[in-house]
Design a binder for this molecule. Sequence first.
Ligand code: NAP
Ligand code: HSE
Length: 431
Amino acid sequence: MDKKTIILGLAGFGTVGTGLARIIQENGEWIERRTGKKLVIKKILVRDLSKVRPFIPGPEAILTDNVQDLLSDPEIDIVVELMGGLETALELIRRSFEKGKHVVTANKALLAEKGNELFALAHEKKLGLYYEASVAGGIPIVQTLKDSLAGNRITSITGILNGTANFILSEMTSKGQDFITALDAAREMGYAEADPTLDIEGMDAAHKLVILIRLAHGADYPLSILPVQGISGVKAMDIALAAEFGYVLKLIAQVREKSGHLQAGVFPALLPMDHILAKVDGPFNSILLKGNAVGPIMLYGQGAGDLPTGSAVLADIMTLGRDKAGINNTGFREKVLPRADIVEPDLAVYRHYFRMTALDKPGVLSAVSGVMGEHNISIAQAVQKPGPEGRDVPIVFLTHRAQLKAVYSALQVIDEFEFITAPTVHYRILK
Ligand code: NAP
Ligand code: HSE
C-alpha cells in the first residue's frame, strides 16, 4: 500500500479486537518506524452499542452496529474481522472483497469451513486475506510456514493448538481439579471460544490443523472427514494413572506425511514426561514440526488471549501495509488448492494405553491378553490396581506399536466380555 496512513475498520471489539486496539495505541510510533505507516482505527463494528467498553481507541474511532458503515467507507483499506461465527463473518469478508478491501481475520472456524471459497475470491480480486492469529494465537506459525520454511517439505506437525483444552488438562493434572471447574476458569480468562464445546470437543484444534495442512502441504484436507476426539470424556483417574507410568495427557493435533500421503487427526494422547511438548502447560500452545531440510523446529507461546492474539493480527496488518512484493494468502500459486491425498485414519500406527474395568476374578488377564495377541497387539506393560476380590478394578495395559484398526477391533471383542463392567478407555501414546 502506498498510503502513509492505513485506515482500519474493525469488525468485533471483544477480547481480540480490544487487545489489537491497545497494542496499536501503545506501539503506534514503533509500528510507524518499522513500516513508515500510521495505523488508524476509524470504525468499529459491534453487536451491542449499549455495552460498557473498557477501552476505546482515541477520539477518531466510531462505534457502530451497522456493517454498512465499514463496507461503504472508501477510506477503509483493511477490514479486520474479529467477530467470530460463520455466516455474518463470511458475508462481511465477501463484501469487503467486493469493495476492494483487504481482510485480516482470526476466524479459524470460518477459514477451515470456507477457506477455499474465500481464498479463490481473494485471488480473483488480488486482495489480501491474512490470518496469522487464526492458529495458535500469538505464535507466528502461518508466516513461518508460508515464508520462512517455504522451501521445505514438511514431514510432520504435532501441535498443542488449543489453549483452553491445554489449560483444563494442566489444571486437572497439577491441581487435581475436576473438568468443569477448570473449564470455568478458562472461560473467565478469555481463552475459550464463545461456544466452548469447540474447544473441549477438539473442533477448534481441528480448524487450526486444517489451516496448517493447507500451509504446509498446499492441499485441502476437508474438515468433515478429519478424525477428531476431544477431552470432555477425560477422567482424573487416567491422568493420575498416566502419571504413574511417566506420561502426561495432552490434546494433540497431528499430521504426518509419507510419500505424499497425509495422515491427520486431533486426539488426546499420552506423552512421555520428557517429551518436548510435555512441559507445555496452561493456555500455552506449541507446534513441533519437521522439515526435510531444516529438521525439527518447535514454536512455543501464548495460544490465546487479548494481547498475544492481537499481536498476531497486528503482524498481518503491518505485512499488508508495507507489502511491496505482492499478496501471498495461501503460500501457493494456485487459485484453489487440490484435495489432500489422505491415508485411511485407522491405518495409523501408535503405541497405546488401555484402562479396562474388570471384575477381579480368575481368567480375566489371560482372556484379555489372548484377544490382544489375536489382533497382533503386543503388551509392553500391564498393571492391575488393587481392589476387593470379585469387585471391579482398573487394569492398565501399555502396548507396543499397533494399528488403530487392530486396536478398535480388539476392544470391541474385549468390551463384550461379561467381566468387563465399563467401556475400556483408550489413548494413543506418542514417542
Ligand atoms: P469475543 O470476545 O466474543 O468478541 C466478539 C466481538 O464481535 C464483540 O465485540 C461482539 O460485539 C462482536 N460481534 C459478534 N457478532 C457480531 C455481529 N453479528 N455483528 C456485529 N458485531 C458482532 O470474541 P474474541 O475472543 O475476541 O474472538 C474473535 C475471533 O478471534 C474469533 O473468530 C475467535 O475464534 C478468534 N480468536 C480468538 C482468540 C482468543 O484468545 N479469544 C484467539 C485466537 C483467535 P459486542 O461486543 O457488542 O458483543
Ligand atoms: N479458544 C481458543 C483456544 C482460542 O483455547 O485455543 C485461541 O484460538
